[in-house]
Write a protein that binds this ligand. Structure first.
Ligand SMILES: *Cc1c(COP(=O)(O)O)cnc(C)c1O
Length: 452
């Protein structure tokens, strides 16, 4: 019987994070202030821990993981890599399909990989409180968990539509001691402004970021943390790809193609960056971020300088963006509703090294349900995007007879997303149109940056 679950020993948890910046063909574009000047590190340390700012700008290839962080990683890492025998059989494909399962963390996704590191560096910097935003609730719960582990208070601004759709994510955060506020809220100027414009505003990740940043900037005991997009977050996630490489070596395999769902790019970077050097050395491997057609940042956005939040409080980053005031439709993969994307992932897409695709909502649920029926694990709606792409690739292999090796990140489980599965099963979900008109409008509001 061929192996199903490929495991590593605890001692094989990576000792270093991999910094892709050291190996990029082109140096990353600097972050800019709204007037077009490069952002300096001390501007960032007003809301981020110094060690994280250092990592954000570092060009060092390998960055040691503190023992205190590895100690907490041991609660769920190394995470398992599975060979999807039953899914393959159901598809009748000659392809081999592997998935790296990050849903084994206490919060149910890959997000604690960075949350634990961020809480640690804030703790040793003497910070007492953390403010953050959350979309679907996964990052908020990851940070609530991490804050609890290091004795930090956590306040989470949760996108209102998710707060209403996913009440149990809030219970989880509160159980871990965090305070959860639906965003937009009356607690910040950014929130009050949004509510004045539209009292029924469903919120967005960009808006919740504005609220959390505003709070961190106004309190010296409080720092801000972000669950995706920034270089240091992707850095922390590289343990995913490093472990996966080892696990595949153990069974003597190597992927022809890797899929990962893409919201802000952290599990994409985490899985794919450790394979980039092979690609640069001429290995034929396709690296494919998968996003929703209703929030098509990498496939339909502009590559331009834009703010990370809707109020324009963050620095400007060169990235693929739909415009910082783009309000994505309320699709069920809340973690993929973001107007922008990691600058590193964007740059690699721009350079043609990563090859993003977009898939529609209904097909993702269809794929996720077949996966649940065959492999047993009920996936997060975000993860369904990668499953959908892997399934299409496997079905193509069936046509061509090619026995490719397909790998994807199963970024989380969907136990808190059952309301959306209910809706799908009741036939109440639809493929939301590609929002061409809203998009054209929001792209007109991109900041006008002429780089000096
Ligand atoms: C947050 C999240 C994503 C998307 O975020 P990235 O930063 O793009 O990885 C995908 N899947 C799950 C389960 C998530 O929680």
């Amino acid at each position: 019987m061929p192996t199903t679950k490929i495991l590593l020993d605890e001692s094989e948890i990576p000792t270093h994070w991999y910094n892709v910046i050291s190996d990029l063909p082109n140096p990353p574009a600097p972050y800019l202030t709204p007037d077009g000047k490069p952002l300096t590190p001390d501007m960032m340390t007003s809301i981020f821990a110094p060690a994280l700012v250092e990592q954000e700008m570092s060009t060092q290839r390998w960055i040691p993981i503190p023992e205190e962080v590895r100690e907490i990683y041991r609660l769920w890492r190394p995470s398992p890599l599975y060979r999807a025998h039953r899914f393959e059989a159901a598809l009748g494909t000659p392809a081999k399909i592997y998935y790296k399962y990050e849903g084994v963390s206490p919060a149910g996704s890959h997000k604690p990989n960075s949350a634990v590191a961020q809480a640690y560096y804030n703790k040793i910097a003497g910070i007492k409180r953390l403010a953050t935003e959350t979309g679907a609730g996964q990052w908020g719960s990851a940070l609530a968990l991490a804050g609890q582990m290091f004795g930090l208070s956590v306040r989470v601004y949760m996108v209102k539509v998710s707060y209403q759709q996913k009440p149990f994510r809030r219970s989880m955060m509160e159980t871990w001691g965090a305070e959860v506020i639906p965003s937009p809220s009356q607690l910040t100027q950014a929130g009050r402004q949004a509510l004045a414009k539209d009292p029924d505003c469903p919120g967005s990740l960009g808006m919740a970021i504005s609220e959390a940043v505003e709070e961190a900037a106004s309190r010296p005991d409080t720092n801000y943390t972000l669950g995706s997009v920034l270089n240091h977050v992707l850095l922390h996630q590289t343990i995913i790809g490093q472990e996966t490489r080892k696990q595949l070596e153990q069974v003597g395999d190597y992927p022809d193609v890797i899929f990962a769902p893409c919201g802000g790019g952290s599990n994409v970077g985490g899985m794919m960056f450790p394979f980039l050097a092979d690609k640069a050395a001429g290995k034929a491997i396709r690296l494919v971020p998968v996003e929703p057609t209703s929030c098509p940042t990498l496939t339909r956005g502009h590559y331009a300088y834009d703010f990370g939040d809707s109020a324009g409080l963050t620095p400007l980053m060169l990235m693929f963006t739909l415009g910082h005031d783009f309000l994505p439709p309320s699709i069920h993969a809340g973690g993929l509703r973001y107007h922008g994307d990691s600058a590193l992932v964007s740059q690699l897409c721009h350079d043609g090294i990563l090859e993003p695709i977009a898939v529609p909502q209904l097909a993702t649920f269809q794929a996720g349900i077949l996966f649940a029926k065959t492999e047993g694990i009920l996936p997060a709606p975000e993860s369904n995007h990668a499953i959908c792409a892997a399934m299409e690739e496997a079905l193509q292999c069936k046509q061509t007879g090619e026995p490719k090796t397909i790998l994807f990140t199963l970024s989380g489980h969907g136990h808190f997303d059952l309301a959306s599965y209910d809706k799908y099963l009741a036939g109440e979900l639809s493929d939301l149109d590609y929002p061409a008109e809203t998009l054209q409008q929001s792209l007109q509001n991109l900041p006008n940056i002429t780089r000096s």
